[in-house]
Design a protein around this ligand. Structure first.
Ligand SMILES: N[C@@H](Cc1c[nH]c[nH+]1)C(=O)O
Length: 381
């Protein structure tokens, strides 16, 4: 009886959860409108090619065919459609976009997570400076704080850190790939096997600690003292330090950590990567980063870009339940329509009772635990 079932990984939303979700989306969008961002909407359906830059194993999309037999997908990401828009229209950069919408990612069966996720996010296109990352982090900290969530940790990382360390190691390409996978998977046994041939190498003391290079910002940076000088890492470390100092100065209460052994959540990231998490949530509250090469995969020219997306569902999960004023139902005679409407406007959490009789109205009020105002009594006077 599949007409009574939902597809795996989807859900219905109603009542206070649906209402909180609407409010969160509105709060985020209002914030970005006020900061001078422009709204962008893209379709739910796109050609599969738009999402080529995503790691296929990470985000398997739902696929369908259009009438010509071309493969379409339900969008598994919102950044790539914005990159497509930028490269197919003559919109001038720099540009700051905000958006909200659902994305679809087929997850493993029994993973317990949803395949339809609501995101609200931004894409800042055309700014190469660290200020663009700081704009994202400012928005994330201020918005999450304003929602009343006070246990978020912001974690910084950098998409180039791991590749640049690997490039400096005296290993062949295959050994580097194996080392990278073992590091990202936190498969310590395989990792130890991969670094064993480097026991006499100056990188060895650092390599022994690498899988644990996450957590307290200063402690992680201090562990880099063991690293032989790699000139290609200097700008990365300087940017991360400057960003941590920025956060400390602007948002002293915001916890900021550093992870130098993590796989970036998107393959298209080329620079600093950041996300926010709370101990109470399995998913990130927001996730984002710099992706300077992405527009080049749609057109010839490279454009600097940074963005982030909030996971609206994860935010709602963290919010305290809505407490609403006790409900009131207003029963009235058809001739009292205008008076009933005026009364309803006055009373918070009230609605018109559309029942045919006062007795039916009373039954509904009792069933809903609502107070009943009966205007028909006044009409009768
Ligand atoms: N699209 C990314 C988030 C992001 C927006 N802009 C840059 N990154 C995600 O879903 O993880």
């Amino acid at each position: 009886m599949s007409n009574r079932k939902l597809p795996i990984g989807t859900r219905d939303e109603f009542g206070s959860v649906a209402q909180q979700k609407e409010q969160i989306i509105e709060q985020i969008q209002r914030y970005f409108r006020q900061r001078g961002f422009q709204k962008i909407n893209t379709p739910l359906l796109e050609y599969r090619e738009v999402f080529k830059p995503l790691a296929p194993q990470a985000y398997q999309p739902y696929q369908l065919l259009d009438e010509r037999g071309d493969t379409l997908v339900l969008r598994p990401d919102l950044t790539l459609p914005v990159a497509r828009v930028m490269s197919t229209t003559g919109i001038e950069i720099p540009m700051k976009w905000y958006y909200s919408g659902d994305i679809f990612r087929v997850k493993k069966r029994l993973s317990g997570s949803y395949n339809q996720i609501t995101q609200a996010g931004i894409e800042i296109i055309g700014y190469a400076s660290l200020k663009a990352e700081w704009e994202c982090l400012t928005a994330a900290s201020q918005l999450v704080q304003a929602m009343g969530i006070d246990d978020m940790t912001v974690e910084l990382s950098h998409a180039q850190f791991v590749p640049r360390v690997l490039a400096a190691l005296p290993l062949n390409e295959l050994a580097k790939r194996n080392l990278e996978t073992a590091l990202y998977d936190k498969d310590l046994e395989r990792y130890q096997q991969q670094i064993a041939p480097l026991k006499a190498d100056p990188f060895y003391p650092f390599l022994q600690n690498w899988p644990w290079l996450f957590g307290d910002f200063k402690a992680v940076l201090a562990a880099l003292d063991q690293l032989p000088a790699v000139p290609q890492l200097q700008s990365i470390i300087a940017d991360l330090k400057a960003t941590q100092q920025f956060m400390q100065a602007q948002f002293p209460a915001q916890a900021v950590t550093l992870d130098l052994s993590i796989q970036p959540p998107q393959e298209y990231y080329t620079g600093m990567v950041f996300h926010g998490f709370s101990q109470a949530n399995a998913s990130f509250l927001f996730s984002g980063g710099r992706y300077d090469q992405l527009l080049a995969s749609f057109q010839q020219t490279m454009q600097p870009a940074v963005g982030l997306a909030f996971d609206v569902d994860a935010l709602v999960e963290r919010l305290p339940e809505l407490t609403t004023a006790p409900a009131t139902l207003i029963y009235f005679e058809p001739s009292q329509w205008a008076a009933a409407t005026a009364k309803q406007k006055e009373l918070p959490n009230s609605s018109l009772c559309l029942a045919d009789s006062a007795a039916a109205a009373q039954r509904i009020a009792t069933q809903k635990g609502a107070q009943l105002i009966d205007l028909s009594q006044e009409a009768a006077k």
